[in-house]
Design a protein around this ligand. Structure first.
Ligand SMILES: Cc1cc2nc3c(=O)[nH]c(=O)nc-3n(C[C@H](O)[C@H](O)[C@H](O)COP(=O)(O)OP(=O)(O)OC[C@H]3O[C@@H](n4cnc5c(N)ncnc54)[C@H](O)[C@@H]3O)c2cc1C
Length: 380
């Protein structure tokens, strides 16, 4: 992938490529096809930590690599080129610890960040509930003030790494307070019951959990930031994470395009490579054009974030457009590959097709992105 708006991006691509060739490519198919219950790839996660990939854009004073957001999303784009599920694994590590990096106090940062950034411990971003997905402010998990601790009860679902996380950034109401708050929870307690969700369509190597929370005690000092600001922290985290989903989409779509170009040159039909057929050329032209536009939108959003400017609109536009372009690209890639795209033993296209779908759902569905975009451009 030669396209860079910043010369530093090529170094990131080289670093990600070297990592992927050594640690991802040899295990990619095996981890996609592991039988249920799916294990969490702890070894690879620790390797991400050793490489500095779990704190890539975290400031160096907190133990991160201090890279820009543009460099970080280039890393995610590139990892997803090799395997979207493992790229997601890395992205979730960054997303989940973001609220601790930016809203926690110094003691909390010192206590939690070293183990999370090094990959020794796994963190989860625990917001969604069975009856509160898009309507995230409507959570019914509740923390009761018991003097020196909160007593928490609730039910969470669709949580990346939620089945294994040692630490959770938990979004909850505090009893008798109107707005959502956030707590840092150490999950190794009996009332924190986690399970791995089954039959996930794609992104299988990055596991997803459901959590029942029953009378879990959380010390008062684990309140994250201020009471009542949890929803704001969640939305600020998701603004940045949406650029990450855009980057996942760009990496995945680029892979679909590259595979399609290579295949169309070697597949012979009616005595010539299918790349000679205008029908195939037009599909590839459309994939390439939409991919180029989506990459630019993704980089623009990251550059606005790096410049300290408002980027919610650009992030929502990038997430919406890039994820839907990735859908277009995997669909066309499968068409170009014919049966060899549909049957997974012959190509990566079947896996890309499955991995792509959730990009239009998590971290705000396409419909929610359109609401955010409309609110920004029309006004509320
Ligand atoms: C694999 C996976 C990983 C995830 N990881 C995490 C995680 O780590 N942490 C976490 O907290 N959550 C996570 N989620 C949850 C994810 O963010 C939600 O699934 C998503 O926000 C949608 O919520 P929902 O599934 O409840 O759908 P619903 O909110 O029930 O939506 C159903 C449909 O209605 C539409 N809809 C809803 N409201 C509106 C509206 N106002 N206007 C127009 N259309 C609307 C939606 O767009 C969708 O099409 C994950 C989900 C998946 C599938």
């Amino acid at each position: 992938m030669p396209y860079n708006v910043d010369p530093k991006q090529q170094a990131v691509r080289d670093e990600a490529k070297a990592f992927a060739e050594k640690h991802i490519n040899p295990i990619s198919v095996e981890w996609d096809q592991k039988p249920e219950p799916r294990p969490f790839p702890h070894d690879l996660y620790r390797k991400f930590g050793e490489a500095g990939f779990l704190g890539y854009n975290v400031p160096t004073e907190h133990g991160g690599k201090g890279k820009s957001n543009l460099e970080y999303i280039t890393l995610i784009e590139e990892l997803c080129y090799y395997d979207p599920a493992f790229g997601l694994l890395d992205a979730v590590g960054e997303l989940a610890s973001y609220p601790i990096v930016y809203f926690a106090n110094d003691d909390q940062k010192k206590k939690y960040l070293p183990d999370l950034i090094s990959g020794k411990k796994v963190c989860a971003f625990v917001l969604t509930e069975p009856n509160a997905g898009s309507d995230a402010a409507n959570v019914s998990t509740v923390a009761e003030d018991k003097g020196d601790h909160y007593l928490v009860n609730g039910d969470k679902i669709f949580i990346m790494h939620g089945d294994v996380a040692d630490v959770a950034v938990l979004f909850t109401k505090i009893k008798d307070k109107p707005k959502m708050s956030a707590l840092i929870v150490e999950t190794n307690q009996p009332g924190w019951k986690k399970r791995t969700l089954k039959n996930k369509m794609g992104m299988r190597a990055a596991t997803t959990g459901g959590i029942i929370i029953k009378d879990v005690k959380v010390p008062k000092e684990n309140l994250l930031g201020d009471i009542g600001k949890g929803f704001r922290y969640a939305m600020m985290t998701l603004d940045g994470a949406r650029i990450g989903v855009a980057a996942q989409s760009v990496g995945l779509a680029q892979r679909a395009l590259d595979e399609s170009i290579a295949y169309s040159k070697k597949r012979i039909a009616f005595g010539a490579p299918i790349a000679k057929l205008q029908a195939i050329q037009w599909m590839i032209a459309d994939m390439s054009t939409q991919l180029e536009a989506s990459r630019l939108m993704c980089y623009k959003a990251a550059q606005l974030q790096d410049a300290g400017e408002r980027f919610s609109l650009a992030a929502a536009q990038a997430k919406l457009y890039c994820s839907e372009v990735a859908g277009f690209c995997v669909n066309k890639a499968m068409q170009i590959h014919g049966g060899y795209g549909y049957i997974g033993e012959f190509s990566i296209i079947e896996k890309l097709y499955r991995d792509q779908r959730v990009l239009e759902i998590y971290e705000g569905t396409s419909e929610i992105q359109r609401l955010v975009i409309a609110a920004n451009v029309i006004g509320r």
